[in-house]
Design a protein around this ligand. Structure first.
Ligand code: PMV
Ligand code: MG
Length: 356
């Protein structure tokens, strides 16, 4: 093996949140230039170590027992690291039967100076960066799709409830249209078939397409603080009683995002702005029906300030805090939006779309 480094970007949703949790329902996601970086090097002892600024604990030691990876101490937040190593090793073992021990170092710039997360999807990026670093270290060929699928297998093993859109954005980078796969079908296959077989077959409903960068619109990201738990919001939406039909939300979201995909491909700026605004309203209506606060007062303020300056804005991701995005036409006053956001207590983040 060789000493290597890999990095994976954070992400932000442009449209299609919540609906994308259902297989086959599209969202648009961009990778942004904040990264998780993973260094891997051959271990000197007959065990490996993990050092991560993302974890609170000190060094973790790891060993294998019948190909199973064991951490001491077993840190709860390290589950994702363990799952990513397991998926990567299972795949690598189909090519290199004896994998030596290695040391892993993980660093992140997805937090601010106080260590607060911006909600850019660091656990998804850790998974993708770690898998990529291991494939590189053992000189195993990979594509973006292979990275995504191995990362998805890792997250499936943790029973994550999300759409795995963060994994797709971190693997493919740039702007993508994404629809998630049928989890049950892949889970069933994992019971009987090898991981190599599974990642080489087509996954039902999975759709990932690279979209061109926006020519006449710039992205501005505002952070409103109060990090929200995506997992608990998604589970609230899945379990709460509703006054309007969720099926109707799903089909309206699909229609809207599909029109948005077409508009992006055609660089039709006014249609892009219209569809993003429609997606905001669809999400708001859904959240009222499900009785949860998608747009906090500060996120609503972020949107109204943007609109006053002829930009279109919405919450990004699960809502309830964290980030909102604005798409700003060339002739709109970007600085004025930044200033008014700042007066309202919204931090604009110096992020741009990252394409590998
Ligand atoms: O809050 P974020 O950026 O992690 O995005 C969550 C998006 C949801 O559609 C609400 C959930 C998901 O996993 O897709
Ligand atoms: Mg979030």
């Amino acid at each position: 093996m060789k000493k290597t480094q890999a990095k994976a970007p954070g992400k932000l949703y442009i449209a299609g949140e919540y609906a994308v949790v259902e297989p086959g329902y599209p969202a648009i996601i961009v990778a942004v230039d904040r990264f998780i970086t993973v260094d891997v090097s051959p271990a000197e002892e007959n065990s490996g170590s993990i050092y991560s600024t993302v974890l609170s604990s000190d060094n973790i030691k790891w060993k294998r027992h019948h190909n199973q990876i064991l951490f001491t101490p077993s840190v709860p937040k390290a589950e994702i690291i363990q799952a990513a190593m397991t998926a990567a090793e299972e795949y690598i073992r189909s090519i290199i039967p004896d994998i030596p021990y290695y040391d892993v170092t993980i660093t992140s710039d997805m937090v601010n100076d106080q260590g607060v997360k911006y909600g850019l999807g660091s656990s998804g990026a850790v998974t993708v960066a770690l898998i990529q670093a291991l494939l590189k270290a053992f000189s195993v060929q990979y594509t973006s799709l292979l990275l995504y699928k191995l990362a998805a297998v890792a997250h499936l093993s943790l029973n994550s409830s999300g759409s795995f859109g963060d994994l797709a954005a971190a693997s493919f980078t740039g702007m993508i249209a994404y629809a998630s796969f049928n989890k049950q079908s892949v889970r069933d296959q994992l019971e009987t078939r090898s991981i190599k077989d599974i990642v080489e077959t087509e996954w039902e409903d999975l759709f990932i397409e690279q979209l061109p960068p926006l020519k006449d619109l710039s992205l501005l990201v505002g952070w409103t603080g109060s990090p929200a738990s995506t997992e608990s919001l998604v589970s609230h939406v899945a379990h709460s009683r509703e006054t309007l039909s969720y099926d109707q939300f799903l089909s309206e979201s699909k229609g809207c995002v599909n029109r948005l995909i077409t508009a992006i491909k055609q660089q039709d700026t006014s249609a892009i702005l219209t569809e993003v605004a429609i997606n905001r309203q669809l999400l708001l209506k859904m959240s009222h029906s499900k009785q949860f606060e998608l747009e906090t007062p500060l996120l609503s303020k972020l949107c109204s300030i943007s609109e006053a300056h002829h930009a279109t804005a919405k919450t990004s991701g699960a809502g309830g805090g964290d980030c909102g995005i604005a798409l700003i036409p060339r002739d709109a006053d970007r600085d004025a939006i930044v200033n008014e956001w700042s007066k309202a207590g919204i931090t604009s983040l110096p992020l741009t779309v990252y394409t590998h």
